[in-house]
Design a protein around this ligand. Structure first.
Ligand code: HEC
Length: 311
């Protein structure tokens, strides 16, 4: 074996495997472990030094013993070293253990007296590698049967359900910390001046054409009264802006144009217009909306059940 892999390959392979293993098992955040912990660098240095030292010592011992050998022994050693891997004793005995083949010259001992038009049959033993594989499948089946039919381990469907549940939790976690990923469940009303000012800018550029600069309404409904077609309150207003109004009424979904943060700001701005009562505002449409309705709202149906228009 020694001859098969020369030392200039063996040393780097061992060295880098150990280095990679340390990198894998030692938690060092985003920096490589050997930079975060200089001790590791020291350890690897000593390790490399030892590897090289062992190789040198080995070589020296081999040299010395070689000189002590008799001519006959030297000849034998040479022969053994010159054998290819497949000719080596070790490989041959392993192969024999796995296959239990009978050499061709002894095949007549196995010959059965079956003769099919000149085709003869040998009574070979089943190769052990195959037989053991078969035993392993039996054991596997036993364990499988017990685990999934008696011990009640999760089947694929259960695994999927659990993963989906876990994913939902993770999404909720993510939504909490990522402000740009807001949805109607996590949106909150902003009241600070800078946000409302930004909301006004967004409103003036995108929405004023239909809702009028003061929110009094033209094509779109009056946004300053307490009547809402699609539900009031920050969550419903956000939902309307994000998903648009009823089909063919003219209020498009803005999620392609505005970022969630911007929708939050413009929604907050609209709500800050409540009760401003601009001149010549459009007559109220929809129903009076009171905050307590929010308790009825669940994630699947954000709009409250009052879609009737009451003029
Ligand atoms: C093309 C005209 C148009 C534009 C532009 C427009 N809207 Fe609308 N908007 C409408 C119409 C029409 C409705 C009524 C939808 C319905 O009845 O389903 C509406 C409804 C709404 C509602 C719900 C009102 C209620 O009573 O429930 C909100 C909130 C709203 N718009 C906000 C906005 C915001 C914010 C913008 C800008 C980002 C905007 N709209 C841009 C036409 C428009």
């Amino acid at each position: 074996m020694k001859k098969l892999i020369p030392s200039y390959i063996r040393i780097p392979v061992i060295f880098f495997s150990v280095g990679a293993a340390m990198e894998y098992f030692i938690d060092s955040g985003d920096r490589p472990a050997f930079i975060k912990y200089p001790m590791i660098l020291l350890f690897l240095g000593v390790f490399l030094f030892l590897l090289i030292a062992i190789e040198i010592v080995n070589k020296a011992v081999d040299n010395v013993t070689y000189h002590l050998l008799t001519e006959e022994q030297k000849e034998k050693l040479k022969q053994a070293q010159n054998l290819s891997f497949r000719d080596s004793e070790w490989y041959k005995s392993l192969m024999h253990k796995l296959t239990r083949t009978v050499p061709i010259d002894k095949e007549n001992q196995l010959l059965l007296d079956h003769d099919y038009d000149g085709i003869k049959e040998l009574d070979n033993t089943l190769p052990p590698w195959w037989v053991y594989l078969f035993y392993i499948t039996i054991v596997f089946a036993g364990i499988y049967l017990f685990r999934f039919h008696f011990a009640g381990a999760d089947d694929q469907e259960m695994e999927l359900q659990k993963e989906m549940a876990q994913a939902k939790i993770e999404i909720a976690e993510y939504m909490k910390t990522a402000p740009d990923m807001m949805d109607e469940k996590s949106v909150t009303l902003l009241t600070d001046k800078p946000s409302l000012a930004e909301g006004k800018t967004i409103f003036d550029t995108n929405c004023a054409a239909c809702h009028r600069a003061d929110g009094g309404g033209t094509i779109g409904p009056n946004l300053t009264d307490d009547h809402w077609i699609l539900g009031g309150g920050i969550k419903n207003v956000f939902h309307t802006i994000m998903n648009g109004g009823r089909d063919s009424k003219g209020m498009i979904s803005w999620k392609g144009t505005l970022k969630p943060k911007e929708m939050q700001k413009v929604a907050s701005y609209i709500l800050s217009l409540q009760g401003t009562n601009p001149k010549d505002a459009k007559v109220a449409e929809g129903e009076i909306w009171a905050e307590k309705v929010t308790t009825k709202i669940d994630s699947t149906n954000i709009k409250s059940d009052s879609l009737k228009t009451k003029n």
